[in-house]
Design a protein around this ligand. Structure first.
Ligand code: FAD
Length: 322
């Protein structure tokens, strides 16, 4: 059996969690094993999970699991693993997936391999490659463990539904949890933005130090609005307090995979590229013809962004009116 953890926030599934479901299904097919999914907490989204071909959804319920609590999720999943003895547990390598799986590893006293790109299962040891240092190093690793605990690098593969629909049966599981497992728990939520998010937007217009100020982002907002996208930024920008951390793209920010990523006044440090290299196309706008971002970009405009960004916006407006 291969288990896949469906990570979600308040019952909204992380989009990349479907990539982990896809990997788990592929692994199960390769090993001739049963493919099952796990949901922790209330309101499992059975319809969306069913499309990915799991035969059973283990629904972990407990009064304490009314919202995200990393240690409690980890302990509950570890107890389920002990009762089912799967060959492997797969989750997506999001902050949440990595956090929960690290707890599972600690409870089971088994190694956990984060940010795997592909796996070749063997009779005992499994060979795998994994993303390190924000994607600037690909490591070959061998995993020997009773149960293989993995997270999949976000966007390392495309989520694909199962070829044929499977009737998903739901089995409840009640873990044994205590107060100490709730030491960290979501207790409140504050909405900072409505509509499309940085992680799912089809277009991201991102600004770096070259934008110069918080006010400088106004022209990026206008361009993003016209393209049906959102604004992102580099870490220098969040460090300077020009934009909130929720807008940061990169190794220590959000990993994005839009159709188009427009990098304005961003040099292209590896930690930034780690967050945007999944974009289908990258357009760099930079005054420096030697900027490293040009090595990752599909298109580039060399020049001052304070002239180029409004010029693109103007042309788009004209084209739409015309
Ligand atoms: P700079 O490197 O200063 O580049 C500014 C660019 O703007 C230059 O290329 C310049 O030519 C151009 N420019 C200037 N003026 C103009 C103009 N008028 N018109 C056009 N172009 C102009 N960074 C992230 O972004 N995300 C992360 O998640 C992240 N995580 C990190 C984690 C660690 C552990 C560490 C050590 C660093 C991390 N960083 C991250 C920081 C990263 O190393 C870089 O310092 C940062 O990305 C640089 O930001 P920048 O490109 O905006 O600034």
């Amino acid at each position: 059996m291969i288990l896949a953890l469906v990570t979600h926030d308040d019952a909204v599934i992380e989009e990349t969690a479907f990539q982990a479901l896809t990997m788990a299904r592929q692994l199960a097919a390769e090993l001739g094993a049963d493919f099952r999914a796990v949901w922790v907490g209330d309101a499992p989204d059975i319809e969306r999970i069913g499309v990915y071909g799991a035969t059973t959804l283990h629904h972990v319920t407990h009064d304490a699991l009314d919202d995200y609590a990393p240690q409690a999720w980890g302990k509950a999943l570890a107890q389920l693993v002990s009762s089912l003895s799967p060959k492997a547990v797969v989750a997506i390598g999001s902050d949440r997936g990595n956090e929960v799986m690290a707890h599972v590893g600690a409870f089971l006293e088994e190694p956990m391999v984060a940010n795997v790109r592909d796996v070749t299962p063997g009779p005992e040891a499994w060979e795998m490659t994994r993303t390190r240092w924000g994607g600037s190093l690909i490591e070959k690793a061998t995993l020997e463990a009773g149960v293989k605990l993995l997270t999949l690098t976000e966007h390392a593969l495309e989520a694909t539904p199962a070829d044929s629909p499977v009737d998903l049966s739901v089995e409840a599981f009640t873990p044994d949890l205590g107060e100490a497992d709730l030491i960290a728990k979501v207790t409140d939520r504050v909405t900072t933005s409505e509509g499309i998010t940085l992680a799912t937007a089809p277009v991201v217009v991102s600004g770096g130090r070259g934008v110069g100020s918080a006010e400088g982002f106004e022209s990026l907002e206008q361009l993003a609005g016209l393209l049906g996208g959102v604004v992102g930024c580099s870490r220098v920008v969040t460090n300077n307090g020009w934009r909130p951390h929720s807008d940061q793209v990169g190794q220590t920010g959000t990993v994005v995979a839009p159709d188009l990523y427009i990098a304005c006044g961003i040099s292209g440090a590896t930690q930034h590229i780690a967050g945007c290299k999944g974009a289908k196309k990258i357009l760099a706008i930079n005054s420096d013809v030697e900027a490293p971002i040009l090595m990752s970009a599909d298109y580039a405009v060399i020049g001052d962004l304070t002239e180029i960004v409004p010029a693109i916006t103007e042309e788009l407006r004209k084209a739409r009116v015309g």
